[in-house]
Design a protein. Structure first.
Length: 150
């Protein structure tokens, strides 16, 4: 699993002119799932996201987690994170998981995050054409790959 994590002051996802999910201060997570991913990836990434200290403390140091600041989460599925651009100019998405693999892992990730932060998690809709808007705070953008746990 790959996540693009963005610290935001606000974010929203719209599907067919309807706001499907919206948050204020918190994290926007773009989530890409590949065929080889498992529940172990979900567990590791959900803990990593919930505990990542990227919000400012009283000394303006990135020292607080989304849990510490009572922040919100917006999770968006994005298979294009697994694009291969090695050959030619048209990306290949062969590594991206098919819905029968990806949907259960995506839903498990959302549930795990909700349990960890003890609040509901806002989402888009898996497989839908979505418009995502955000105000990146910082800007802070971090890429986390569960296959590269360094």
């Amino acid at each position: 699993m790959i996540i693009v994590l963005q610290r935001v002051s606000e974010a929203a996802v719209t599907i067919e002119e309807r706001v499907a999910g919206q948050i204020s201060k918190g994290l926007l997570l773009l989530v890409g799932i590949e065929e080889e991913d498992s529940r172990d990836d979900v567990d590791w990434l959900s803990k990593k996201v919930a505990q990542m200290r990227i919000f400012a403390d009283a000394d303006d140091k990135m020292n607080l987690s989304v849990q510490d600041v009572q922040g919100q989460l917006l999770v968006i599925s994005q298979f294009t994170l697994h694009a291969s651009t090695k050959k030619g100019n048209r990306p290949s998405f062969i590594k991206a998981a098919k819905p029968d693999v990806a949907i259960p892992l995506y839903e498990a990730f959302i549930d795990a995050l909700g349990d960890l932060i003890e609040r509901p998690v806002e989402t888009g809709e898996f497989g839908a054409n979505m418009q995502v808007s955000l105000v990146n705070d910082g800007p802070v953008t971090i890429i986390i790959d569960s296959k590269n746990r360094q």
